[in-house]
Write a protein that binds this ligand. Sequence first.
Ligand code: CP3
Length: 342
Amino acid sequence: MIKNDLLLRALRGEEVERPPVWMMRQAGRYLPEFIELRDKYDFFTRCQTPELAAEITVQPIRRFPLDAAIIFSDILVVPQAMGMDFEMRPGVGPWLENPIRTLQDVENIPVVDVEEELGYVYAAMDLTKKELDNNIPLIGFAGSPWTILCYAVEGQGSKSFDKAKSFCFKNPIAAHMLLEKITQTTIDYLLKKVEHGANVIQIFDSWGGMLSPADYDEFSWKYIERIVNEVSKVVPVTVFAKGCWFALEKMADSNASGLGVDWTITPELARQFTGNKKTLQGNFDPARLLSPPEKIQELVVDMIDRFGTQKYIANLGHGILPNVPVENAQAFIEAVVNYKKK
Ligand code: CP3
């Protein structure tokens, strides 16, 4: 039993005293204690060393009254397990020397045993669960198949992911085979995360908004839905699809418990698209954490007033930025924790 189960209750649509709060990328570069470890160990060493990953996961929990922890890792550990040798290059970000560009490349991707390849993630989760001592839930996550395809084909980040899109449009058979392989691996990976203590699973579809609504259905949502259908049998699932307001109506009819929204949609429209069917999560503009703490407090109260206190999880509309002062992140969290209905 989790002592503070606000997040789980909000996801089940049960009554809560106030909305739960956590921040996407809460274990990150705005924390001095994170930077200390970042300067000593490279990114994937931090991910692959269970003691480091567990330590980084609990760093924000020691500082702030957060209602959930999210395991420190990356969405790219899944394609790495499938044989794609992603690196994190300073100043560049994710980098794959030999991107996936042909049907042959896709056919060469092996079926892997996630337990064997990603045992370090599970070991990090076991350590984290001990540290959390059932005080708050632990969130596990994975990238959506489409978002993973974006990096696998493009080989790096991009403003438009045009190489990934042209691969899908010119070579749909290879694209669907790749999406299929990622989907299967992701389902195995996430079900094992639940065995290792994940209380909630979040799917990050960071680049879903690059696709038109019709292409979104074909290349992204279809695969996310399969993951959601399997994983939601064991824990609540949240889907955060950045830029995908157009898909909210369809998502509201899925087995997801929570839907993440970014800051480009109003709470009213997000509610209108999803009815009262789902718990919504979001959607504070991460750059608004650069406002003075008093302004942050005011904006958070307005956000909760508009989403409502029920079926709602306060969060940012995307990951926290590295240049956010710690006091401002604290002001955001405390504004939710101290929220009083007018
Ligand atoms: O939320 C959390 O605190 C958990 C940790 C987490 C990380 N990455 C750690 C991380 C999560 C949930 C992710 C997911 C992730 N990774 C996504 C989806 C969410 C999103 O932001 O859209 C994506 C697209 C990635 C791929 C990735 N990893 C990118 C684009 C980058 C940034 C590269 C850069 O140049 O900054 C990363 C690196 C990364 N992952 C960092 C962290 C804290 C920062 C780099 C570092 O610490 O060295």
